[in-house]
Design a protein around this ligand. Structure first.
Ligand SMILES: Nc1ncnc2c1ncn2[C@@H]1O[C@H](COP(=O)(O)OP(=O)(O)OP(=O)(O)O)[C@@H](O)[C@H]1O
Ligand SMILES: [Mg+2]
Length: 278
């Protein structure tokens, strides 16, 4: 399963990504986490120390993952660039700040797109992409998450945040992502739960669950490193609910529509590959 986590800046993408990855590891899954943020910090949530994270080799720009000429197979990519973490999750840094100054990040995003388009399932049961904030990588031209099976749109209890998720839904559908859910994070009490329910309905966001605000999460961020066993239990419970929803829902897109989207996606992929060679 390939899972993308998106949302506005600071909504809790990385915190929830870290916990989701660990919960899948606890279920015995092989988990690959991809951090696309130019200032990556998923490493810390997965228990990796800063020095090891910073010294990891950078995935070369313009690298395309696949099985054809000039591409690197997913297995070889992970062997060379995958970082084992104490949490049991393998981490891939798609981009780091020391690369970010060196031009546009499109090539790095294309690497992630091509990785998701391969048979990455042979290497990882769950591949989770913690996306950098913003919507541009969901557009057709960006399309980093074109091959994701599930999209989680993390929201805060604000009107703007839910509205942003509402705007994300059609973009994600157009990309062909079959399962799209909103996750209401940082809810402080019933009023916030009610806000998520009401606004999600209003903006057409399929709400998977509401995650409570929990003081252990910022406490952990201040301390640095991962959440410890027993910390943030209500958040962990919510993560289990998200996984249950992912497990239970059928794919809500009709087959003909999806085939047409896949054909269009292949066409765009070919065009991008052609452009990359020029
Ligand atoms: N459920 C929660 N309860 C309390 N605080 C939370 C919760 N989830 C996230 N936070 C806090 O919100 C802040 C942002 O979290 P996080 O870094 O996970 O967000 P992000 O969406 O990945 O941010 P960015 O867009 O910068 O990558 C952190 O201070 C974190 O501790
Ligand atoms: Mg983040």
């Amino acid at each position: 399963m390939k899972l993308g986590v998106v949302g506005k800046g600071g909504v809790g993408k990385t915190s929830l990504s870290g916990l989701l990855c660990q919960a899948y590891v606890a279920r015995g899954k092989r988990v690959l986490a991809v951090d696309t943020d130019s200032n990556p910090n998923l490493a810390m949530s997965l228990g990796l120390d800063e020095k090891t994270a910073n010294e990891a080799p950078l995935v070369p720009r313009k690298l395309v993952v696949g099985l054809g000429d000039g591409t690197l197979s997913p297995g070889a990519l992970l062997k060379e660039y995958g970082l084992p973490t104490p949490s049991g999750v393998t981490l891939l840094h798609a981009m780091r700040i020391d690369q970010a100054g060196a031009g546009c990040s499109c090539a790095d995003h294309y690497m992630v797109r091509s990785l998701l388009g391969t048979a990455i399932e042979e290497e990882a049961d769950v591949t989770l992409v913690d996306m950098e904030a913003g919507l541009e990588h969901l557009s057709r031209s960006g399309g980093t998450l074109a091959y994701a099976d599930v999209l989680l749109m993390v929201m805060e209890p604000t009107h703007k945040s839910v509205m942003t998720a509402g705007r994300t839904v059609p973009l994600a559908r157009e990309l062909g992502i079959p399962r799209i859910y909103g996750v209401g994070n940082k809810a402080k009490g019933e009023k916030d739960v009610e806000l998520f329910n009401r606004l999600s309905e209003e903006y057409g966001v399929p709400l998977a669950t509401v995650v409570p605000w929990d003081p252990d999460v910022p406490k952990c961020d201040r301390r640095g490193g991962p959440l410890l066993a027993g910390e943030a239990q209500p958040v962990r419970d919510a993560v289990e609910r998200i996984m249950a929803v992912i497990d239970s829902e059928p794919t809500p897109v009709n087959a003909g529509e999806r085939d047409a989207l896949l054909a269009e996606r292949d066409r765009i992929d070919k065009r991008i590959a052609e452009l990359q060679q020029t």
